[in-house]
Design a protein around this ligand. Structure first.
Ligand code: ACM
Length: 725
């Protein structure tokens, strides 16, 4: 299948002189904000979008005409949409909402029902025209109606004269056909209500694949009827029954979302061999793994029993999951058990296999034979791509766009997940700029068509049902935009502007990303504090971020699957709004031709507040809540770093550069403020404060060097020492 052709611009300039004048007057904000600040926040941005003047009132008599005879999913989607509008507006709409086209506020037209279960590459296009008298949503199939309804809901907002939908002309279709979210339900169990509310979130931002990572070392999360010992011994009783899976699949299909299951083999297999130690590559017994990392247990591909069990089990799963794709993992077999097993090594020699990789391919070929019997195609992580793998397999790349492109050159379809690892606590802006098909790609048209899209991956070492929403949302909306919208939609500031609005609309669905922090702070004891200390704790949790990458395991080595996730790292979010605002403002301060004194003063106010918050954490909060000692220590670091920043700002304002020794001493304070501890949080504004210190020290060279060279010098000076973490 070929990806949809995308026009170069998100805008179609219409030819009327009046509109042209309007656009000229708005040219600045449009340059910075593709859909224009002041307009409703759409995410993902449609392929073609023109805002027009005026709006369609949304009041009590709001009604919808829709072709209920085409597909019952459309009626259900309209019902849900009206329910969400009621929740947002507080208006109770008249029921039934359905009416004839002449009367309706929104007229939906749809030619054909999509298949009851969505398929890869199905038409998801739609057009939406909102005029003051009526809105019209046209789509060739059900999926387009579902996508267009979400866009319509994003247009409805409150103004001085009530609720209305902004007037627009939109034609829209996705850039990539596979836009997914993977949820790991193995490491930390995530029950069905978590899955359903996240399916609602996915539908809102037009994601269309839920990938359930169902088995791993820490849990076997699916009921097998042929081998019930798998979930009985491998799950602590936490698994999806087959009825629940059918419920999830129906719920997803109603929203135009496919469900792709993953059963990770032959590695990541501890939870399989708890009940079947005879199938492992080393003698057992085995227990469910409670910690995180890459472990040794791996199935023995030389054992016929492995194929009997997997034959039964995958046959059962093939009947349960309608999707034609089945993910068999294949990642991170560390080779320890295979290397140590003489029988396995002899098998490799006798069968002339290329080492352990060759044995993995042998195993995959037998898996593919099983999948073929059931009409399924194999999906796996990069590691499955070994010589001899049939090109019908799909590669999901956690290694990166180069690996994905190399696979595409060899004829494999692929999905990008490297760069979309939302468990690593990177800010949305970083994920947003990662593109499955970067502008630098040298793939030809046929190869490009093999890049099916990508998936955000919610690995669950550090998420519980209480915190998972705050790790998935709102950042995944930015990834969803990357996968749906034209490649040239890349303005990070504008993305964040829209993301803030989309985040609150995601909360309307019942997602808990905005409410979970306060619950964790309650667990941490915030109600035992007096008001000023409680407020300092709340603000502190909003300024710091969880440590990035895989650092949390080093900060909290005592953590296991069985402990609750209610630490400061769980209360903090990966994308601190005040810290990002501060860093952006420092960037602007240093970019201008002269220091903007008003900006400088506003940065001073921010740092003065942070110093006070940090001091209150370290001096007052820990007195009442001694278990927050580590957070108190980070509070002290925040205070120290803020004082450094304040001294730099004062030096900039006075025009007097500190001595080189003084500057070095300030950097030493900031190095110390970057140390991690058991709170597993860090101060994301430190790089910006380092810039201020460097700028203060080098301010006398600004005029002689010129702005650009000076800015480069400051960045060089500010670069932190290589962390010894
Ligand atoms: C992976 O991150 N091991 C797929």
């Amino acid at each position: 299948m070929s990806p949809p052709r995308i026009r170069n611009s998100v805008f179609l300039l219409r030819g009327t002189a009046i509109l042209f004048v309007l656009m000229l007057t708005a040219v600045d904000s449009r340059a910075a904000n593709p859909d224009g600040a002041g307009h409703p926040a759409l995410m993902p941005l449609p392929a073609h979008l023109e805002f027009e003047s005026g709006s369609l009132r949304v009041s009590r008599d709001f009604s919808v005409a829709f072709p209920s005879q085409v597909d019952p999913r459309i009626g259900r989607a309209v019902d849900r949409a009206v329910g969400r509008l009621e929740r947002r507006t507080g208006i109770q709409f008249e029921r039934p909402t359905s009416t004839d086209a002449a009367q309706a506020a929104l007229v939906i037209r749809c030619t054909l029902a999509s298949a009851p279960y969505p398929a890869l590459g199905e038409d998801e296009s739609y057009s939406l025209i909102v005029a003051p008298g009526q809105a019209r949503l046209d789509a060739p199939t059900t999926l387009g109606v579902l996508r267009g309804l979400e866009t319509f809901l994003q247009l409805v907002r409150q103004g001085p004269s009530g609720w209305s939908a902004a007037c627009v002309r939109i034609t829209d279709r996705p850039r990539f056909p596979w836009r997914g979210l993977m949820i790991d339900v193995a490491r930390h169990w995530q029950p069905i209500d978590v899955i359903e509310r996240n399916l609602d979130g996915m539908a809102m931002v037009k994601l269309n694949v839920l990938h359930l990572h169902l088995t791993d070392d820490q849990g076997f999360r699916i009921q097998s009827l042929t081998h019930p010992e798998l979930q009985e011994k491998g799950s602590d009783g936490h698994y999806f029954t087959q009825d629940q899976i059918r419920t999830i699949i129906a719920y997803a299909a109603d929203r135009g979302i496919r469900v792709v299951p993953e059963f990770d083999v032959p590695g990541h297999a501890t939870s399989w061999v708890v009940s079947h130690p005879e199938l492992a590559s080393a003698p057992g017994p085995y227990q469910i793994e409670r910690k995180w990392g890459v472990f040794n247990p791996v199935l023995d591909p030389t054992n016929p029993g492995v194929y009997r069990l997997l034959g039964d089990f995958l046959g059962e799963m093939a009947a349960l999951f309608p999707d034609p794709y089945m993910h068999l993992g294949g990642d991170e077999n560390n080779g320890v058990q295979w290397n140590a097993n003489p029988h396995i090594q002899a098998f490799i020699r006798e069968h002339h296999l290329q080492g352990n990789e060759g044995l993995h391919t042998y195993f995959n070929q037998r898996m593919i034979a099983i999948l073929d019997k059931h009409g399924k195609r194999l999906v796996g992580w990069d590691e499955i791509l070994q010589p001899g793998l049939p090109t019908s397999s799909v590669i999901q790349s956690w290694r990166g766009t180069d690996a994905l492109a190399a696979a595409a050159r060899r004829g494999y379809s692929g999905l990008l997940s490297n760069g979309y690892y939302i468990d690593l606590m990177q800010p949305a802006g970083q994920h947003y700029l990662v593109d499955p098909l970067p502008a630098s790609s040298t793939l030809d048209a046929t190869q490009r068509a093999r890049i099916l899209g990508g998936e955000a991956t919610m690995w669950s070492e550090w998420v519980s049902p209480e915190t998972i929403d705050s790790r998935i949302w709102p950042r995944t909306a930015a990834i969803a935009e990357r996968l749906w919208s034209p490649a040239n939609v890349r303005d990070v500031d504008d993305m964040y502007r829209r993301l803030a609005v989309i985040s609150s609309e995601l909360a309307e669905l019942g997602l808990e990303h905005l409410s979970s922090r306060e619950k964790i702070l309650a667990d941490l004891g915030i109600k035992k504090l007096d008001a000023p200390e409680a407020q300092a704790l709340r603000l502190f949790a909003g300024i710091v971020e969880p440590v990035k990458g895989y650092a949390r395991g080093k900060c909290q080595p005592w953590m296991t699957q069985l402990l609750p996730l209610t630490t400061m790292a769980d209360a903090a979010g990966p994308d601190s709004t005040p810290s990002r605002g501060f860093s952006r403002s420092v960037g602007r301060l240093l970019a201008g031709p002269a220091f903007d004194v008003r900006r400088l003063h506003s940065l001073e106010r921010a740092l003065t507040g942070w110093a006070r918050i940090g001091r209150t954490m370290s001096d007052e909060v820990v007195k009442v809540l001694p278990s927050l000692a580590d957070s108190g220590a980070i509070g002290r670091q925040l205070e120290d770093a803020s004082e450094v920043g304040l001294r730099a700002l004062r030096a900039l304002e006075s025009g007097r550069a500190p001595t080189p020794d003084r500057t070095l001493a300030e950097f030493a304070v900031l190095d110390a403020a970057a140390a991690h501890n058991g709170a597993a949080v860090e101060i994301p504004a430190l790089p910006a404060i380092r810039l201020l210190v460097a700028a203060a020290g080098e301010q006398n060279r600004r005029t002689s060097l010129g702005q650009d060279a000076w800015r480069r010098l400051v960045e060089e000076r500010a670069a932190p020492p290589r962390p010894a973490r």
